[in-house]
Structure formats: C-alpha cells, structure tokens
Design a protein around this ligand. Structure first.
Ligand code: MN
Length: 246
C-alpha cells in the first residue's frame, strides 16, 4: 500500500493532532510500503532550529523508526513548511520531493502536488509565493534570530487565515480549473492528488475527452485525520485508491 497525506498542520498547540498523526505513522508501519507527505505537515517551520522543538520530538522519533523499518517516506513542501531543509529530512531518513512530482507505478500514474501552484486566480498569493521561494530572500530571512522568524511566521499565518475565510477571496483561493486542465494535459492525464485548499473532494474531469481524476486531501483536525491509500492489488480498478479517516 502507498499512503498519501497533507495539511496535518502539526503544532505545539494541537497535541490531539500530533497523537492522530502518530497513529497514522503506526498504521503506515503495519500496512504501507511508502508514505507521501504532500505539504503543510508542519503548521510552521522557520528554520532547522525547529528540529529541536519539544512538541515535534515524538513525530521525529516515529518518522525515524518508520524509515528505519524500511518504509519509504517522501516529503513535499507546502506553503507553511517550505523551509524544511534536505539536511533536516536526511536526519529523519525522509526523501525530499519536488512540487509537482510524477509518481509512475507499474499500473497507474499520479501527479502529486501540494496544490498552491494551482491557485493561479490568487495573483497576490502567487506573487508572495514567488518571493518566499527566492533563495536570496530565504537566506535573508534565515539570518534573522530564531525568535524574530517565529514572530514573522505567526504574523504571516494570521494574515493568510484572514484571507482564506473571507467571502471575497474564498473562490479565488481554490484551484483554477483552467490551470488544472493545463496540468492534466502536461502530465498525460494522470490522476492528480493534492491538498492545500482544505476542500476535500474527488473531482472527475473530462479534459480533451479523457477522464481525469483530481483527489483533494482534507486538512487534519483534533477530531479527524485523513489519508488516501493506494492498493495495487485491489481487484476493481476503482477500488485501488481509497479515502480513509484516522
Ligand atoms: Mn497549504
């Protein structure tokens, strides 16, 4: 089995989500050969000093144990945790993934993406995204003291939450259908899996007369976590990819 999850938003404020995520990793250890973490696993990451945060230690330990047990774990950055470095991931035995990433399996093809790249109607966000992914700006940010970075990150989160739930920006912060169609074409009509929008659903699109699936992962809460599981041995083709709660 292959597991996919995103938008866990681990933070020291939500121990119940951490416990749920540890349960997910335990389940992965029993059932999965690979786990794809598709962004915003951490609510914030302001530099690799966050590797020392006490609230995250059980998660790091569980990830290390999982990878040592032979389960391949892949990490794609989201818009909250894009500063997790490859060195930090290496310490956990986790492999970094580019966004988007094409996952080619013997009998199926996926495009994995966090999802924010598809929100092209939100021009202000895309401008912000390009800025914070600029290596020069990242270096400048990482040169600030850790506590200053924490405050800046908190301010940015507060600003983005305000936008997400504002009625005017609600439609704009979803993916652009035109962009999704372009991406479906670019990647040979593969099945798209992404998170980010916190609007879980399975969309069936017809692009150029071809059926394309777009699976949107849910964000996690204290009451509910979600992941997708790919079972290549499932008999029926439409039973191979399934949605699970934990
Ligand atoms: Mn996101």
């Amino acid at each position: 089995m292959i597991f996919f999850a995103s938008d866990v938003h681990l933070s020291s404020d939500t121990p119940a989500i951490t416990a749920r995520f540890l349960g997910f990793l335990e389940c992965a250890r029993r059932e999965a050969a690979a786990v794809y973490l598709l962004g915003d696993i951490f609510e914030a990451w302001v530099g690799d000093e966050d590797l020392k945060r006490r609230a995250y230690q059980p998660v790091f330990k569980a990830l290390r144990e999982l990878t040592e047990a032979g389960v391949a774990v892949y990490f794609m950055a989201g818009n909250r945790d894009f500063l997790v470095s490859d060195q930090a991931l290496a310490k956990l035995g986790v492999h970094p993934l580019p966004d988007p990433y094409v996952l080619s399996l013997p009998n199926w093809q996926f495009v994995l993406t966090h999802g924010d790249l598809y929100c092209t109607d939100d021009v202000a966000y895309q401008r912000y995204r390009a800025m914070v992914h600029d290596p020069k700006i990242q270096t400048k940010f990482l040169n600030y003291p850790y506590w200053v970075r924490r405050i800046i990150a908190r301010w940015l989160r507060w600003k983005s939450e305000g936008r997400r739930y504002n009625a005017e920006t609600l439609a704009m912060t979803d993916v652009s259908e035109a962009t999704v169609e372009d991406e479906a074409r670019r990647f040979g009509y593969a099945t798209i899996i992404h998170g980010h929008t916190h609007r879980p659903a399975t969309h069936d699109l017809i692009v150029d007369g071809i059926h394309v699936e777009r699976w949107v992962l849910a964000d996690w809460s204290s009451e509910r976590g979600e992941y997708l599981a790919w079972d290549e041995h499932a008999e029926a083709e439409d039973a191979r990819l399934t949605r699970h709660t934990i």
